[in-house]
Design a binder for this molecule. Sequence first.
Ligand code: ADP
Length: 257
Amino acid sequence: VEQQLIQSQKMEAVGQLTGGIAHDFNKMLTVVIGNLDSLARALKGTGRNFDRAQMALTGALSCAELTRRMLAFARRQPLQPSAVNLGEVSRNITKLLGRTLGERIQIDVLVQDELWNVLADPAQVESSLINLAVNARDAMHEGGTLTIETRNVGRNERDADLPEGEFVLLSVTDTGAGMTPDVLERALEPFFTTKRMGHGTGLGLSMVYGFVKQSGGHVKIISTPGRGTSVRIYLPRTDAVPSVAAMLGEDLSLSGQ
Ligand code: ADP
């Protein structure tokens, strides 16, 4: 619980930082980049001073890219929760995931019968699933199996470290490289990544975490180096039922094209 408190404080701090500072920082950076660019041009592409200007410009452009990501992160859309069947969402997204992950990864979807509904933003559930699946793929260089499982977690069978309540569990499990304890400890932090430059933003898991927390749920990661990782999302049960429009959402939008 303390760990989660620290995590949500970090998220809030990053939100404030991005809102308040990133915007101004970006404006100042534009001046720096503009002048470095003129300087590099004036030095006509030769000599040590040109190389120095060029290096400074590259650094400034990386800063600009980072602020761009921070602004995008801060400007997240407000959530639009509705009653959602996580099993339906998981099944509907399998085709897309198959194309995204490639042939070497087998996808299994296990949906419990009479699965409860949860109150959550369906678009966020989908993008969380995609984020988690892409992470799983990145951890399975040699291929492997991705298992998406949804099941009810009642009051009596809940995990010891889950608070009181009824939840639906959505777990995404891979047979990949797993995380070392120090990576596991920091995995949910915004901007924490172990991936090469340009291959990871470090925002995937923190976005998932932010969305689940805002929806009144919980996130738990179980990972064993060399064996694989399981990201477990618990979303609170609701008695509301999904609207027909929501269930047909995808088909309706397709027929409109
Ligand atoms: P990114 O994927 O852009 O690096 P994330 O926040 O999604 O950002 O993940 C942070 C880090 O957590 C990753 O760089 C990786 O080290 C680790 N990680 C996330 N998911 C997995 C997974 N399924 N298996 C192994 N490591 C993972």
